[in-house]
Design a protein around this ligand. Structure first.
Ligand SMILES: CC(C)(COP(=O)(O)OP(=O)(O)OC[C@H]1O[C@@H](n2cnc3c(N)ncnc32)[C@H](O)[C@@H]1OP(=O)(O)O)[C@@H](O)C(=O)NCCC(=O)NCCS
Length: 165
């Protein structure tokens, strides 16, 4: 296994990973391509992809400028935190440490930018996410009801501050 950082030369890896892991996200090939291009070029975000023997098996997207949801009462606190917008590992390769390795890469990127930690939000009902982040020492900040496209879903915000040496 090998982690690749997405650059303008290998955006196809991220497109493949997104299509493979999140085919039901409702995005077109063009939208995945535009997303990959942005992560490859923009200085305020980074994407990492895990390559296995037979191709891509997971990815993570991290940003230095996540818009903190209004639901967080002390949202300003997180303005110096990076934000993980998405993570996904191919079903066939889960529980083998792939997600953890990708998360460590995203955290290292944020630390190198002197960010104070990482916050993220996710649907706690999504398989594995709550346990995965809790295992990686992300603590729940709050749950809130998020109304999108007429559906109300419970979202969880969690965060981890980096230890200072
Ligand atoms: C969450 C996810 C990224 C975890 O990836 P992964 O490669 O399987 O995770 P890891 O193997 O690195 O797991 C590390 C630890 O997290 C915990 N963990 C991960 N998945 C878990 C699960 N399904 N149940 C319980 N604990 C879990 C465990 O403690 C695990 O360590 P262990 O296997 O030694 O017990 C993966 O399950 C996934 O892609 N889920 C779908 C996410 C999704 O829908 N993303 C799109 C929107 S953001």
């Amino acid at each position: 296994m090998k982690v690749e950082c997405i650059t303008p030369k290998n955006t196809s890896l991220l497109i493949q990973a997104r299509q493979k892991v999140n085919p039901d996200e409702g995005k077109t090939q063009e939208e995945f391509a535009a997303e990959a291009e942005k992560y490859a070029i923009a200085g305020d975000r980074k994407a990492f992809v895990m390559l296995g023997n037979s191709g891509v098996i997971g990815y993570i997207l991290v940003l230095a400028i996540g818009a903190v949801p209004e639901a967080i009462p002390d949202g300003k606190h997180f303005s110096s935190y990076a934000h993980i917008s998405k993570i996904g590992v191919d079903q066939a390769f889960r529980r083998k440490g792939v997600g953890k390795i990708l998360l460590v890469h995203a955290e290292a990127w944020a630390k190198a930018r002197s960010m104070k930690g990482i916050w993220l939000d996710y649907l706690p009902e999504t398989e594995g996410l709550a346990e995965f982040y809790s295992n990686a020492e992300y603590r729940k900040i709050l749950d809130f009801e998020d109304a999108k496209k007429g559906k109300v879903k419970l979202r969880r915000i969690a965060a981890k501050g980096f230890k200072t040496e």
